[in-house]
Design a protein around this ligand. Structure first.
Ligand SMILES: [Fe+2]
Ligand SMILES: [Fe+2]
Length: 358
């Protein structure tokens, strides 16, 4: 594979195979869970919704969608320098998170085969979609002279254990935020074709519908378990997971402003639009959501991003480790403090709204 002429070169394992980005709190994670507990979940409360979501997955609307067309035959060497690196970073993170979904769903399907055939079938179909997504992005990386070694990633990544409840909250949110990320990007490029510098984005409209369907399946799972929405603890968990997903999103978007600029998007506005829409959507599944209209909400999220930039600068400096640690402490405190302030903001009671709006 060709290593194109741009500088600086990203780190590679061997020619054309990109070394995974250094694992940080922001890199997409690989999850494992308590499969036994999922097998024992009683789903009667949402039987019809689960069946409907499963039928949507069976329909496989995108079975012919992920085929590279002639637009990819062009050279993308004109995407250079910092923009090229930001592109590669975007593709790598997207590929890793699609692949992480694939591994989790595949394992769930395998473990539930004999215990809960309906769930096993659904997870197999979810894995099918994520494998397509990851494979398609990996081919896109090849357009930039690189690819991810997915089997290396499978073996070398550390797996984080999440109890089933956390998996349901976080996967639901990551599917819905994925939907909004893709559709907002697509709509922007549809209106501004001159900014559409890479054909991958043309696939986002149908692609995001996959993510939407995945989210709907997880919504049915979530609503089938009353402890995930009917208890006071569930209200706290819901807000906590929304907060962590939004902080992570804000930090990664602000870290990658080069990429968003390259496609004509204002990173700050894009982040606001994605967060607001995801929060609004989550109100259909979660008992409680965040008040994104609170005037302090986005400034606090962005304060976390400012602190994160300082942390990155310290991490990349030549200062001795012990001093780095001391220099980092105040900025870590800023992030925790700002997150706590957002968490304590008056939330929106989604259950109360449900009877009125949905
Ligand atoms: Fe996906
Ligand atoms: Fe998905």
């Amino acid at each position: 594979m060709v290593t194109a002429s741009f500088t600086p070169q990203p780190e590679t394992l061997r020619p054309g195979i990109k070394a995974p980005v250094r694992e940080t709190l922001l890199t997409p994670r690989f999850y494992t869970t308590d499969f036994e507990a999922i097998a024992e979940m009683v789903l009667t409360l949402q039987e019809d919704e689960i069946e409907a979501a499963l039928q949507e997955l069976r329909n496989d609307y995108n079975r012919h969608h992920f085929v590279r067309n002639d637009d990819f035959k062009r050279s993308f060497d004109h995407i250079e320098g910092a923009t090229r690196l930001a592109f590669i970073d975007f593709l790598e993170r997207s590929c890793t998170s699609e692949f992480s979904g694939f591994l989790l769903f595949k394992e769930l399907s395998r473990r539930l085969k004999d215990r809960s055939p309906k769930l096993a079938e659904a997870f197999a179909l979810l894995a099918r979609d994520e494998a397509r997504h990851a494979g398609f992005i990996n081919k896109a990386m090849a357009d930039f002279g690189l690819s991810l070694d997915l089997s290396y990633l499978t073996k070398k990544r550390t797996y984080t254990f999440f109890p089933p409840e956390w998996v349901i909250y976080t996967v639901y949110l990551s599917e819905k935020i994925g939907y909004w990320r893709y559709i907002l990007m697509f709509r922007h490029l549809e209106k501004n074709p001159d900014d559409n510098i890479y054909p991958l984005f043309n696939y986002f409209e149908c692609w995001c519908q996959d993510e939407n369907r995945h989210g709907d399946f997880f919504k049915a799972l979530l609503r089938s378990q009353t402890k995930l929405w009917k208890t006071w603890q569930s209200r706290l968990w819901a807000r906590f997971f929304l907060l962590t997903v939004f902080v992570t999103h804000t930090l990664t978007v602000f870290e990658r402003t080069d990429f968003y600029e390259a496609v004509g998007l204002d990173a700050r506005q894009y982040n606001i639009d994605v967060v607001k829409n995801t929060n609004e959507t989550a109100a259909r599944a979660f008992p409680s959501v965040l008040d994104t209209d609170n005037p302090h909400f986005f400034p606090r999220l962005e304060a976390c991003s400012d602190a994160n930039e300082k942390l990155t600068a310290i991490a990349n400096s030549n200062t001795p480790q012990w001093l780095k640690f001391l220099q980092k402490m105040p900025w870590i405190t800023v992030i925790i403090w700002q997150m706590l302030l957002i968490f304590l903001q008056k939330p929106v009671d989604a259950e109360a709204r449900r009877g009125l709006v949905y």
